[in-house]
Design a protein around this ligand. Sequence first.
Ligand SMILES: NC(=O)C1=CN([C@@H]2O[C@H](COP(=O)(O)OP(=O)(O)OC[C@H]3O[C@@H](n4cnc5c(N)ncnc54)[C@H](OP(=O)(O)O)[C@@H]3O)[C@@H](O)[C@H]2O)C=CC1
Ligand SMILES: N[C@@H](CC(=O)OP(=O)(O)O)C(=O)O
Length: 345
Amino acid sequence: MSVRVGVLGATGAVGQRLIQLLDPHPEFEIAALTASESSAGKTYREAAKWRVDAPIPTDVAEIEVGATKPEAVPDDVDLIFSSLPSSVGQQVEPEFCEAGYVVSSNSSNGRMDEDVPLTIPEVNADHVDLIEVQRDERGWDGALLKNPNCSTITMVPALEALDRAFDLTDVRVSTLQAVSGAGYSGVSSMEIIDNAIPHIGGEEQKMETESRKLLGSFDGAEVQLHDMDVAASCNRIPTLDGHLENVWADTAEDVSAEDAAEAMEAVTGVDLHSSPDQLIKVFEEPDRPQPRLDRNTEGGMGVAVGGFRETTDGVQFNCLAHNTMRGAAGASILNGELLNKRGYL
Ligand SMILES: NC(=O)C1=CN([C@@H]2O[C@H](COP(=O)(O)OP(=O)(O)OC[C@H]3O[C@@H](n4cnc5c(N)ncnc54)[C@H](OP(=O)(O)O)[C@@H]3O)[C@@H](O)[C@H]2O)C=CC1
Ligand SMILES: N[C@@H](CC(=O)OP(=O)(O)O)C(=O)O
């Protein structure tokens, strides 16, 4: 039997990706859509300025959009996906959890809260059980699970492979991020065409902290952050989708370029519908991965890496992932599948 799901922020850039991925999903059935007061009461077709490069699903198009509050969502909805602005998520996500809903959220609010699990199922699925601690502390029947920031998701699977084999000590990363990461009206064409912007508010700190939580260890009570040092520099460039990152990773154990590529190539997906068979695709060509050519690796749920070089204390490499698929909507859905499999719904 399929799980009835609701989507908060369903009309936005990430919300539309969620609809695209949920409509044909074998485990989930879309039962409720919400957005701001200005969209509430309209059909989804009227409320959403549909911008996905595939037709709007006809059955979803006729659903009436509700206000973003628990009373507007039917009680028989088992799982909520949230892609709200973080200032709105901060306020309403706890209200949904308190009302008994389990929420898989893409928004940045609360990601570093001590009792909120932050997961990439292929990397740290065990952290999901932090929900038990959360429920004890907050008295919720529902639960809140987060996926990380899109730039963080892009590098962490590769870092995890290196850490497991060679012990990471320091990570330095510089990003080239697509405009879709800022939302449809986030960066004006006059700002970004023929340009690069060396500032994305709050992004560097997210990469530096969320990566240490994801690679941290969970002992059943709390997550100890990984003790590696991470420093990031984030840049917006005029690509549409796909964040490309240049990473320098220092390790305690000796590592060659070949060893690093082999460790990453060996990473498989997990037994969840949206997890690819091979999580990390290694390119031999020195000029790959590239956003336009490689962002749809494994249907947008894979990570592409290449450009390996040995450095004095470790390796340098490049990595790329689709920021609204693996980096946002796909990540939330994968977390929803994890919640379902672990019996949290
Ligand atoms: N774009 C991306 O690649 C990524 C985005 N994110 C994060 O995901 C979240 C959504 O991003 P994105 O889809 O780009 O944002 P959009 O601005 O495109 O969409 C925001 C959504 O939230 C709704 N909304 C806005 N204000 C309110 C409110 N006061 N009450 C209820 N609903 C409201 C909007 O409804 P309405 O249409 O009615 O205004 C819309 O559905 C953000 O937290 C963002 O940081 C994370 C990773 C990647
Ligand atoms: N800041 C990211 C997208 C984003 O919204 O991230 P977060 O989920 O951490 O708010 C970008 O601009 O590409």
